[in-house]
Design a protein around this ligand. Structure first.
Ligand code: PHE
Length: 357
């Protein structure tokens, strides 16, 4: 019995993991373990022998059991300690910085303008940046020899050899979207079309790529008065001032008749711009009543329908609203500029916050 005792207590002490321990348990006190076998032998003993051997075997069984439990706990503690050592984490360390980008002023302003016009019932229309000569010019009443074609400093796409058509262009304005929207949706229609446009020009207020928002409203009895109201309402909302004064200056565009360029009253004091006061005027858009030929080109009957269109320079009004002096910096992708003038991603414009009406 002492041999058995020593054998198993040593085995338990030496066990390095739970599965070894379980093996020891089964071979010692399991149903077919050595202690159990010895217990079975009790039957062959004399009552006297049994009286000492029985309790002794029971005590041995209990002793082994206790040793097993103690060792098992020890192993579990050791395992936990090991995990605590290896999976150690200093929760007081500062978090890892995630680079957060900013919303470009052009994106922000485009969203702002879209929100304001959406509130007035305009939906958003789109067109391609590479446009056919017909959509960009002819359909807008600018025939091939028209001087307006020269004024646009157009970028032309290369023409495949032998092609029997005018080369495509990088659209010089968003006005071709008027034609596309009317051809697709017919009349009545109320859309705005924000997007990139291209002209070969480069200085403090011009970049070869810039942004416009086209506006178009066609119905049975839309007049210049509606145009004026919509633009005043827009400017009031966009610049967040109540007293805006707009000046409609007679102008000329082949695709509108009559045509007007619109200036906004403002003041420049100490290099900062204030809208709605002062003696300066700043041109922000071109507009007019859509020319009957343009309606006809888009499949809309000019005898039945009429309306206004306007083209607003997004970059221009972004510079004005947020006091950004040089347009070229908009597209330099200089991180310092982007961090300074960019907007937080949660700073999304809507009519409830950010934009007062
Ligand atoms: N497309 C004109 C431009 O780019 C602006 C404009 C749009 C004028 C619609 C009148 C009507 O200068």
């Amino acid at each position: 019995m002492d041999d058995l005792r020593k054998k198993y207590l040593d085995a338990i002490a030496g066990a390095m993991d739970e599965s070894t321990l379980e093996y020891v348990r089964v071979s010692a006190i399991g149903k077919k373990g050595e202690v159990a076998l010895k217990m079975r032998e009790l039957g062959k003993m004399t009552p006297e022998e049994r009286q000492t051997a029985g309790p002794a075997l029971n005590a041995l069984k209990n002793e082994i059991n206790s040793a097993l439990m103690a060792k098992k706990e020890g192993l579990a503690d050791a395992a936990l300690n090991e995990r605590l050592q290896t999976e150690w984490l200093d929760v007081s360390l500062p978090g890892r910085k995630r680079p957060a980008g900013t919303i470009h002023p052009i994106s922000q302003v485009t969203e702002e303008v879209t929100a304001i016009f959406a509130d007035m019932g305009f939906s958003v229309a789109e067109g391609p940046q590479i446009e056919s000569d017909w959509f960009n010019f002819d359909a807008l009443n600018i025939p091939p020899e028209h001087p307006a074609r020269q004024e646009h400093d157009t970028f032309f796409m290369s023409l495949p050899e032998g092609a029997d058509r005018a080369p495509h262009v990088l659209r010089t304005h968003t006005s071709p979207v008027q034609i596309r929207a009317m051809s697709e949706q017919g009349a009545p229609i109320r859309v705005i079309a924000p997007g990139r446009v291209y002209r070969c020009d480069y200085d403090q207020t011009h970049t070869p790529m810039f942004h416009q928002i086209e506006g178009l409203a066609i119905d049975k009895d839309i007049s210049m008065a509606n145009l004026k109201w919509v633009l005043e309402e827009f400017v009031r909302s966009f610049f967040e001032v109540d007293n805006v004064e707009l000046r409609f200056r007679a102008s000329h565009f082949p695709f509108t008749e009559p045509s007007a360029e619109v200036d906004i009253r403002c003041s420049w004091k100490d290099g900062t711009l204030k809208v709605g006061e002062g003696d300066d005027w700043l041109e922000i858009l071109g507009s007019g009543m859509v020319h009957p030929k343009v309606l006809a080109a888009a499949g809309v009957d000019p005898e039945e329908w009429q309306g206004f269109a306007f083209g607003l320079g997004i970059d221009r009004i972004a510079m004005l609203k947020y006091g950004i002096p040089d347009l070229r910096a908009f597209f330099d992708s200089d991180l310092r500029w982007l961090r300074h003038y960019g907007f937080a991603s949660l700073d999304q414009p809507n009519l409830q916050g950010g934009l007062s009406r």
